[in-house]
Design a protein around this ligand. Structure first.
Ligand SMILES: Nc1nc2c(ncn2[C@@H]2O[C@H](COP(=O)(O)OP(=O)(O)OP(=O)(O)O)[C@@H](O)[C@H]2O)c(=O)[nH]1
Length: 524
C-alpha cells in the first residue's frame, strides 16, 4: 500500500472512529438525559392539567357540603317548601358560583328539587339507576353511618361530561339521620378548557371519549407516566362509573426529540476530530512525512540508477538510525561499485585503462572539443618488432616489457586531459585533450625517448633495445569543417600515421596536424 493511500485510510478510520465514538457517547449518555428532560417537562404539563382540573372541581365539594349539612335543608327535604326555594335555592346563586346544575335527592334517589342551566344533565329518575347508588348517591352504609360524607368525580351522561359533588343531607352538626343528598355539577366544556389553559399555561383540549378508545389510550390516573416523547399526548379520563368519559389532549411546549445529528453530537464529533487530528499531526510530521521523503529518495535513486545518500536528520531515533544505516550501506555499495567499475575499465596486465576506458574518455573529450574546448589528439603507440622479442626473450619477459612501456607512457601522460590506454596486444592509444597541438607532438616525442631510455635489450631487434613507433593525429580547436569527424575517425587517422611510422623504419613519431585551414604538415 502506498504511503499516501495509507494516510488517506488512516484519515478515514480516524474520522469514522470519531463519528462512531461521538455517536455512541451521544446516543448512550447525552441523548437519554435530554430525553428524560423533555419527558419530565411533558409530565409536568400533564400533572399541571390534572391539578387544574382538581382546582375547578374543588369548589363543588365545598358547595354541596355547605348546602347538604344544613338544618334548613333537612327541613326542606322533609317538607319541600316553595318559599325555601325562593329564598335559598335561587338560580343566580348557582350561576354566580359557576355551577351548571344542583339536585336534591332523598335517600332512595328520588329527585326532590333541581336546578339545571341546560336541560338533560342527569336522568330524570335516579331511583331506578342502581348503578348510581354508591358511586354518586348515598348507599345504605353511608346512610347508616349518620355522618356527613361527599362523593365526587366525573359523570358522563350522554354527550355531557361534568364534575359532580354530592354530599349527604343531615343536621348542621354533621351527624344524625341522613335524609338524602345534595349534588352540584359543573359541565366540562370549551369554556372550562380555556380557563384550564389560562391557569396552567398548557395547551390542551378535552373531547368526548369514544368507548372504543378504551384500552388504546393511557388512563389519566396516578402515577402519570410518559414513555415516549411526542408533540402531543392523549389521555383517557374515566368517569365515576369507570366508563370512558373524555379524552384529554395535551400539546407539549417542549417536544423536540433530540436527534442523533444534533448540536451536541456535532460538537462531540468536532472535538473528537480535533483531538484525533492533533494526535495525528505528530505522527504525520515525525513518521509519515519522513517515510515519504525517504521513499522519494529511494525511488529517485532506483529510477536514475545512482546511489544517493539521505542527508536528513529525523526526530524519531529509529528513522534516524535507519537512514544512517542506509547511508553506510550506500557508501559500501558505492565503494564496491567504483571498485568493480575501475576493474572493468582497467587492463589487468599493465594496470592502465583498457579500451572501455578509452571509449569513455575519448567520447567525453571529443564532445568537449565539439563544444569548442581545447585541441584534441590521438596517438597510437606500437612496440616495434615485439614478436621477435617474445620469440627470443619469452612471453613472460614480453609481459614485463609491456608493463615497463605502459608505466613509462603513464608517467608522461599525467596531466589533466591525457589518458594512456592499452589498445590491444603491444599497441597503446593516448588521448590528449589539451591546449595546443605542438605540446601534443612534444609529448609523442618524449614518450619515444623515454621508452628508448628504458634500454630494454632486444637482441634480435634492429636497434638492439625496445623502441616504439608513434602515429598521431592532432586537431586544432574545433571548426565546423570537422563536424563529421568522430573520435573513431581520428583513431583511424592516427593508425594510418602509425602505419606510416612503421613503414618509414620504426622508432619514430609521425603525426598529422589538422587545422581549419587544411592539412598543414606531416612530420616523419
Ligand atoms: N608477451 C606478450 N606478448 C604479446 C601480448 N599481446 C600481444 N603480444 C605479442 O605481440 C606480438 C605482435 O607482433 P606483430 O603484430 O607481428 O608486430 P611486431 O612484431 O611488433 O612487428 P611491428 O609491429 O611491425 O614492429 C605478437 O607476437 C603477440 O603475440 C601480451 O600481452 N604479452
Amino acid at each position: 500500500m502506498r504511503l499516501n493511500h495509507f494516510n488517506m485510510l488512516l484519515g478515514t478510520l480516524v474520522t469514522l472512529a470519531a463519528f462512531v465514538t461521538s455517536f455512541l457517547i451521544h446516543g448512550l449518555f447525552i441523548r437519554p438525559g435530554l430525553m428524560n428532560e423533555v419527558r419530565d417537562q411533558q409530565l409536568m404539563e400533564v400533572k399541571a392539567l390534572k391539578a387544574g382540573m382538581n382546582f375547578f372541581s374543588q369548589p363543588l365539594s365545598t358547595f354541596s357540603h355547605d348546602y347538604g349539612v344544613w338544618d334548613d335543608m333537612v327541613g326542606f327535604i322533609q317538607s319541600p317548601d316553595p318559599d325555601f326555594i325562593e329564598s335559598n335555592l335561587y338560580d343566580d346563586a348557582f350561576v354566580a358560583a359557576g355551577m351548571d346544575g344542583a339536585f336534591l335527592f332523598d335517600t332512595n334517589g328520588k329527585l326532590v328539587w333541581r336546578y339545571q342551566a341546560v336541560p338533560g344533565l342527569l336522568p330524570d329518575s335516579l331511583e331506578s339507576q342502581a348503578v348510581w347508588i354508591g358511586p354518586v348517591l348515598p348507599d345504605a352504609k353511608a346512610v347508616s353511618a349518620e355522618s356527613a360524607s361527599t362523593r365526587r368525580g366525573i359523570i358522563r351522561y350522554g354527550s355531557k361530561v361534568m364534575f359532580f359533588s354530592n354530599s349527604n343531607v343531615l343536621p348542621s352538626n354533621g351527624h344524625g339521620n341522613v335524609l338524602g343528598s345534595f349534588m352540584v355539577v359543573r359541565l366540562i366544556n370549551v369554556s372550562l378548557t380555556d380557563m384550564l389553559k389560562e391557569l396552567t399555561l398548557v395547551e390542551s383540549s378535552l373531547s368526548l371519549a369514544n368507548p372504543r378508545l378504551h384500552g388504546r389510550l393511557p388512563i389519566l390516573e396516578e402515577p402519570v407516566y410518559i414513555d415516549d416523547v411526542a408533540q402531543s399526548h392523549q389521555w383517557l379520563v374515566k368517569d365515576v362509573f369507570g366508563a370512558p368519559a373524555m379524552v384529554m389532549t395535551v400539546q407539549h411546549h417542549k417536544s423536540d426529540v433530540p436527534s442523533f445529528i444534533s448540536r451536541e453530537s456535532i460538537v462531540i464529533f468536532a472535538t473528537f476530530m480535533v483531538v484525533l487530528l492533533l494526535g495525528s499531526v505528530p505522527l504525520s510530521l515525525f513518521v509519515l512525512t519522513p517515510l515519504g521523503n525517504i521513499n522519494r529518495v529511494l525511488v529517485k535513486m532506483t529510477t536514475r540508477g545512482r546511489l544517493t545518500k539521505i542527508n536528513q536528520s529525523f526526530f524519531i531515533d529509529e528513522l534516524h538510525r535507519l537512514t544512517g544505516s542506509f547511508n553506510q550501506l550506500a557508501d559500501m555499495l558505492e565503494r564496491h561499485q567504483n571498485y568493480l567499475e575501475s576493474l572493468s575499465f582497467k587492463d589487468p596486465l599493465t594496470g592502465i585503462a583498457n579500451r572501455r576506458g578509452l571509449e569513455a574518455f575519448a567520447s567525453r573529450a571529443h564532445q568537449e572539443w565539439l563544444d569548442g574546448k581545447g585541441a584534441l589528439g590521438f596517438l597510437m603507440v606500437d612496440v616495434d618488432e615485439f614478436k621477435q622479442y617474445n620469440d627470443s626473450q619469452g612471453h613472460t619477459a614480453g609481459d614485463k616489457a609491456l608493463l615497463s612501456v605502459a608505466q613509462t607512457l603513464l608517467i608522461e601522460c599525467r596531466r589533466r586531459g591525457e589518458l594512456v590506454t592499452r589498445f590491444g596486444g603491444e599497441e597503446f592509444c593516448v588521448v590528449v585533450h589539451g591546449d595546443d597541438t605542438l605540446q601534443m607532438e612534444r609529448l609523442a616525442e618524449r614518450m619515444l625517448h623515454r621508452v628508448r631510455e628504458l634500454a630494454i635489450t632486444h637482441p634480435s631487434g634492429q636497434f638492439g633495445y625496445i623502441t616504439i613507433s608513434v602515429g598521431g593525429v592532432l586537431f586544432e580547436h574545433y571548426d565546423p569543417q570537422f563536424a563529421d569527424t568522430s573520435w573513431q575517425d581520428m583513431l583511424v587517422m592516427a593508425d594510418k600515421q602509425l602505419y606510416l611510422a612503421k613503414s618509414e623504419g620504426r622508432n619514430r613519431v609521425c603525426v598529422r596536424f589538422m587545422q581549419a585551414a587544411r592539412l598543414m604538415k606531416t612530420v616523419g
